[in-house]
Design a protein around this ligand. Structure first.
Ligand code: LFR
Length: 496
């Protein structure tokens, strides 16, 4: 059939989007996926007392609005899927009601817990049974923080739903747990492919909260009758897609059969390569890579890099000071600033928390004996060069872990709109960058709906559809001597 229409909700840390995907055919067996954004809305963290929360009901409201828009505009999506950032969750009580506002992964309540839990379990044990890089926001640490705070919510909760599963539940009334998100919790054991009850017991996290995961491409259920009545729309079924946005984005990398390296570029930068299974070696742990469950039975060996968060935070600060400059203009200013003056290591832990980013960057430069960037252009140049160098470091590490050499880097996600970053990356790597598609998470989300509907056979066919539907921009490396010198300085910061 042609004209099959699906709806993707892609929630990012700064905005949410609803996009329609339509599978079009030219009648000669050539198919294309046509994508139209129908709604975009901001997604802001809300500080409440000492905690940082997501405004989850706001997201629900915007999702309902999107569904209404879709039908008003004459689209008739048969399914929808939700993908979001990883690790976060909501708790439901025995009546199926949401207990409070979900915490934001940047809530400081997990501070110090990597060290504390590491001392209890041993980092090797934690790694072997989760495959994850030790990130302060992993669900394990968030739940342990609640436990330590004596949160009564943990005592009365009956079910834990990860953010995409929660949003799907609020629209359908069906509780589910999708595999790719489950693997971001640090409580799912990639060896046994089951929840790690032992970790839960030792931390006092109730194990009855967790549902058995289903694989991407599973139909969850139709919109609830309440939602259909409220919106005046027909039944539309939810599909558990690769609900972790990173995994949806990787599904949309237009790669062929050869091993490839990718960079999912948004608030975070996730750089890695696709594997048939997890690589749970000590070297993987020491180089700080994660094994995340992907779609189509894959595992993704990737590194979490602080990403464009550094730039977003600086911009937010300048905006708040009344100094509003849009991203294209900031990039132009960076282009005019002097090259390789000051570098930071983007994964210095100080950059993780909200606020004060400009000062943090300046302090890093000062402490490392470099010129302190002053103007906006100097700051942005410092961020973009530093990210590109970090990508080189991570790609070299991925090559070491997999004993392969990658001929270039696929870049996908909103960050590739920053052409200077793509150019810098090609230069830092000394290898080509293939950039596209931009809306990778939403497209990957749609692909898994098409798999569930039987329109795509598998991940391979889905990727071919992406390659046939969206342009890829090629960045060939230009200069390399200065980049190599800058890389030596960068390596000197001494972080893996
Ligand atoms: C990217 C992402 C990363 C995850 C981070 C926090 O949007 O999903 O994969 O580590 O957000 O959840």
């Amino acid at each position: 059939t042609t004209g099959t229409t699906v709806l993707a909700f892609d929630m990012g840390a700064s905005s949410g989007r609803a996009l329609i995907g339509r599978l079009a055919s030219d009648g000669q067996g050539n198919r294309k996926l046509e994508v139209t954004e129908i709604h975009r809305f901001p997604n802001h963290a809300v500080q409440v007392g000492a905690h940082l929360h997501w405004d989850i009901l706001r997201l629900l409201r915007e999702m309902k609005k999107s569904i209404r828009f879709a039908f008003q505009k004459g689209y008739e999506p048969v399914t929808f899927g939700v993908d979001t950032w990883g690790v976060d969750f909501g708790l439901l009580d025995a009546n199926g009601e949401l207990l409070g506002n979900p915490y934001h992964y940047r809530d400081p309540h997990t501070e110090g817990l990597i060290e504390e839990v590491g001392a209890m379990f041993g980092q090797e044990t934690l790694f072997r049974h989760s495959g994850l890089q030790f990130m302060p926001f992993n669900t394990l640490y968030q739940l342990y923080a609640m436990k330590k705070a004596g949160s009564p919510k943990l005592d009365v909760a009956e079910t834990l739903l990860l953010t995409p599963d929660l949003l799907t539940y609020l629209l359908t009334g069906v509780k589910s747990c999708e595999f790719t998100m489950a693997t971001t919790t640090q409580l799912f054991d990639p060896g046994t492919q089951a929840w790690n009850k032992d970790f839960m017991e030792r931390l006092g996290i109730p194990s009855h909260l967790f549902l058995d995961p289903v694989h991407p491409g599973t139909i969850v259920g139709p919109l609830s009758s309440e939602v259909m009545d409220e919106l005046g729309v027909p039944a539309m079924k939810a599909v558990a897609v690769g609900t972790h946005d990173t995994e949806s984005a990787i599904a949309a990398v237009p790669a062929g059969d050869d091993p490839f390296a990718y960079l999912v570029c948004g608030t975070w930068s996730l750089l890695g390569t696709e594997m048939a299974g997890p690589l749970l070696t000590e070297e993987t742990m020491n180089l700080e890579f994660s094994n995340e469950g992907g779609v189509g039975g894959t595992y993704q060996l990737l590194k979490n890099i602080m990403g464009l968060w550094l730039l977003q935070e600086c911009k937010r600060e300048w905006d708040e000071e009344g100094n509003e400059i849009d991203f294209p203009e900031l990039v132009r200013m960076a282009e005019q600033a002097a090259p390789f003056r000051s570098l930071v290591h983007p994964d210095d832990p100080r950059f993780f928390a909200h606020g004060g980013m400009v000062d943090k960057i300046r302090a890093f430069c000062e402490e490392t004996g470099q010129p302190v960037p002053q103007s906006e252009g100097e700051i942005v140049r410092c961020i973009l060069e530093s990210l590109a160098l970090r990508y080189r470091q991570a790609l070299e590490q991925a090559e070491r872990l997999t004993e392969r050499v990658y001929s270039g880097l696929h870049m996908v996600g909103g960050g590739i709109q920053n052409k200077l970053l793509c150019r810098f990356t090609a230069n830092a790597l000394g290898k080509p960058v293939w950039a596209g598609p931009i809306e990778a998470s939403a497209i990957g989300n749609m692909l898994l709906q098409l798999v569930a509907l039987g329109e795509c056979k598998d991940l391979r066919e889905a990727r071919r559809l992406v390659a046939d539907s969206f342009p890829v921009e090629v960045y060939e490396p230009e200069t390399s001597a200065e980049w190599t010198a800058a890389y030596e300085r960068f390596i000197g910061f001494g972080r893996v």
